[in-house]
Design a protein around this ligand. Sequence first.
Ligand SMILES: [Zn+2]
Length: 207
Amino acid sequence: MSTLPSNLKQIAFFLERLPGIGAKTANRLAFYLLRLPERDLKDFAQSISTLKSKTKMCKLCMNLTEVELCDIDEDQGRDNLTITVVEEVLDLLSFETGGIYKGVYHVLHGKIDPLNHIGPDDIYIEKLLSRVQSPKYKVKEIILAMNPDMEGESTAMYIRDRLNEIKRRTGADFKITRLAYGLPIGASLEYADYMTLRKSIEGRNEF
Ligand SMILES: [Zn+2]
């Protein structure tokens, strides 16, 4: 590394900080950048330099956007009475990539994780609750799509309890659902773990 010019070294050093990139890959990527046309590099540098300042949170669902409302909330064709609550924007993207869902979202930007000192007030739960309670809004269903791990589960339970409290207090009538647990497509029962099998049998459907 010591023989590299300092600007290249600096770029490799930065790339190495990205997840999943080791020193060798960082060097290789830095050399790759060096071979790109000047124009492309300038565009790339421009995008990086405005990445933070241009990216905002949608004022309704906390998805990322460059304007007030994200594309999903602007889309008149979406069912805005069904809200899927996800931990991260990347989870939302998974639903969108599949084109399997026509409702809207709420992004928490995290999950309740006491071991890492993340409580309910550190993620965007209150924002969801006030959205559900806004006077002109009649939500039909809230789908809790947190990951099926311990923190995801306790986050879902916390939100469920808070939503039930709103239902009791305001008489609002909406469904609270949780994504089904179960076996992945193509899985073999022989290799499924006990928890997955238990959740699959609990969540079985009529066939
Ligand atoms: Zn939005």
